[in-house]
Design a protein. Sequence first.
Length: 1137
Amino acid sequence: MVPRTTEQDENQSLKDENQSLKNHSLKQDEIHGGTDIDKQHETQSLKDEIKSLKDQLNSVDAQPAAEWGVAGWVDSLALAEVVAKALKEPAGTTDPFTYVLSLSLADLKEKLEAVKLSEAIAETLWSAIEKLRGQSAATGAALNAKFAAEGDAFKGEMGFGGVEQFYGGVLRASLEKLIGPPLMVDGSLFKAMETEHCKEKDADVPFDTSNGIEGATSRMEWEFVVAPVVEDHNSRYAERGGDFRTAHREWCRKPEPLSAYEAKMADEMNPRLVEAGQAPLTLEELIAGRMYTGPMYEKYNAVLRFSSARGADGAVRLEYASMEEVPFLQTKCGTLHLGEWVATAAGEPAAVRWTWHNQYSTTIHAINSIIVKLSPLTRITPLYRGWTGATLPEAFFKPDVLGFRGGVEYGFSSTTTDRAQAVHYAEGKASTVLELVMGMIDRGADISWLSQYPHEKETLLPPLMGLQVRSTGVEGSTLVVQCSFSINMASLTLEQVSGKRKKLLTDMGAQMAAEVRRGVAEEAAEEASQLVRARLGLERCADAGGAADKRLEAPLGDEAEAYNSDVRFQAAVGDALKVKRLVVLAATMQHGGGGGLAAAMDTVLPLQASGVDLTVFDLGSDDGVMVGTVVAWMESEPSALTSLTLDWGKACGRVREALLGVVRTTRTLIVLSAGEEGAMKLNPLQLNGREAVTSLDVSNKKLGDELAGVIAAGLSVNEVMTTLDISQNDIGDEGAKALVSALCVNEVLTKLNLDGLELDLPKLRGTDPVESLDLSGKDLGPASAIVIASLIAGNEVLTDLNLFRNQIGDEGAKAIAEALAVNAVLKTLNLCDNNIRAEGAAAIAQALRVNAALKTLSLGGNKIGDEGAKAIAEALAVNAALKTLSLGGNKIGDEGAVVIADALRVNEVLNKLNISWNQIGPTGAAAIADALKGNTVLTSLDVGFNDLTEEAALGIVRVERQRNKLTSLGLASCSIGPTGAAEIAEYVSGSAVMTELDVSWNSIGAAAIAEALRGNGVLTNLNLRGNRIGAEGAKAIGEALAVNGVLTKLNLDGHELDLPKLRGTDPVESLDLSSKDLGAASAFVIAPLIAGNAVLKSIDLRFNDMDNHWILGLLGLNGERVIRDAVSRREGFELQI
């Protein structure tokens, strides 16, 4: 073996010998995102690459030797380095080539004699001889034979395919010939993988792995990857036996949430794949890759390597004369419970035949797919693989007639870039290390980023890989085999494998378009061909009329996975043939005319006796001449009808009802036009469920109430559709009510989109029970509100519904009110900012009169006015359940406030009332104050941002000083000045219950408030924003806070300061208060608090306005300077300001 040179010489050698390789490496780093590679790691990587390439080049022309020879041995030694060292150019030489050319024979002799070359060569040879003495055999072939002769290879001979299989059917058929295609469960690859691991016979049967992991099960391994118990680090999941958990704890796998790896995939790997022109990874591939890196690799490879035993005809052997004849790998499949060897009547009495229970076909395809996708990102480095207990076939040592040595590996090959890891796995009897050289095309996938054992630095190679032996050797008692490999170019990604049917259909559609082009008149040929492609869903054309979005007219437009359903595949073939026939006929009819081809198709439908246009008849009166005939025809369920046109607006009630009956019962009608001009044609077979369409999108199709009724008729009998999108149409109250009628009998539909939000119907119904639903800010209109209301009316689980900031209006509010009248469970309802006016408020008020469950009602930000407020107040007079009511921002004036005050005099349950941001003046405030005198239950009141005078606001304060019940009071923007501030301060000082006070946007000075804070022991939240407290006032407040440890929230400049965190009583080491619009006032409060906070180590106060001006500094008003002074003596404190 080659002795190591010094690190300096190696680096210089690398630079001189392979600068181009280094440049290539740096370029690859740029491509794959590497920007700061550790120098030592880079040097070692280059060394490994150069050594690997040298070994490959040196062995290409070498004849494989069955016997050990001196010449070959000497040729393998690093004697050239000894000579190179002797000829090393003098320091300062810039051109080694010119230097060598300048040497004379005498120079050479002198240099070689100077370093005593013979002694240096002898030392190198002697070191190599010493290593030879430690070898177990002279050659790799001899050592492999020794493994077999001495019984060390207890696993027998490893199963590899031969050259004939590499170039024969195995590779061309790829994985599908070995294990079949990936399967789906309920149209899902994920569910299929889950079934393979959790629902097959071997799911809960423990198994051991060849690398020492004991007691694993497929189900638990699925859990470890997909939904692990993260806190369990010790006993729940299998690990290597012996003392591995204690001796190598850092190597033990640790359960981590799948979401962490999904984030890596989305943020790191997929962008690189897209940049490299590859398809992004899917969740199924990520899971499969993770699964392989754990104990499950044992089962996956056992399935693949089962095919290594083949009969004389090349077929996989499934029968043997007895169990004793079954090879090791095939017996192992039984041990792993992948199937069983059962007695068979054929042949010998002890004959057995193999039966599969579980081949993990979908998972294996997914693993193969992730290798195919990731391999272009893999950096070219040497790879290593180690094992024990098995010999290699003779074909690895004896070349065939074409000079090939090696074989085909049926299973996945787990390799590492860390040779020490491979050597570790090869510790034991019959020890073998495989050294592999990657190429530009033939590369594996670096899966260390998702591995359960990332320290193994695993690079995974796909199944059916061809291995070509370059050389074999011996290191001690280990057989070392150097190989190049050829990747199976027939390997497909998961999308490609699962999309074969779609590819077949697409090719068929293209052929149909070509046949139409050849079969119609020349002037219509190109248009007809394009229309076929558009109607099939292969492309769009200007005259296609949106057909590529329709189920029948675009039978090839679904995602590839959809066609793995036999039903969908069969329907697509039939529908495609219909499209072809229609276009051909339309082209014939259109020939010589002036209409377009798409219009001609509408014309030919009646000629097929399957399309009927009822607009030619007068159907406007119930007793019309044709009405009875048409109704009777509809009720007869015409079996040939495939297309029907009707003007809903001109049809009488009898005809409309008959049409709805057709929609419910038809088995043939696929095109229905019954709406306004431009509205989408509907497919009743999709609506009634005769076509198994689980999801239907008819958004933005100009549908009105009439077509909503038609859709509802179909839904009333549909048992398959789960998702319906009818958003961005013109559906009003009547259409929504029709849908509600359908939903009363349809419990299959789970998703309904009316206004842009997909409503979760089971949650609204209560069949998927949740206690809280947040539908805020979804731009829901009256139609959605009507549906929501109808469902929550009977929901016995939902207690909290948030519809804040939508557009349900009065009609939506009326529907919600009807639900409240019968619902006995809902406790919290938020209808703020919904454009509700007096009419809607009146409906809600009527519901409050009978509802005994609702505790919290928020109606802020609407426009209910005095009339609406009166209605709500009158309901409060009799309601005995509501505890919290928010009516802020509703244009309520004194008239409404007086009625609310009247309600407060008699209501005995309302605790919290918010009437801020209205138009209430002194009269209304006086009424409220007077009502409080006799009210003993109200504990929270907000009258801020009204038209109150200081005296009106103080009137409430004076009453409350006597009453002493309010824990929260809002007096924002009430014109309160210094005099009022003093009175409020006295109130705060004497209150034993007030915990929250909002006096923002007044003209309050700080002195009185600061003094009140010194003696107050209950106030926790104080809002003084907009009062121009100033630095001096803030100083006073800061000094008060030094003795007040109760206040937790303080707002001076618009941001609510968290005082416990600033004090250190709620200890944190870092605070981010950047970009909070904090001014000097906040700075003077913050400074003394952080000065005494021993826990806080850093604070970010950047992008605020703390008056950092030198003139203010002279006046002692510079907030920034105060902050700096506060922490100036804090060693190591990080201040950003």
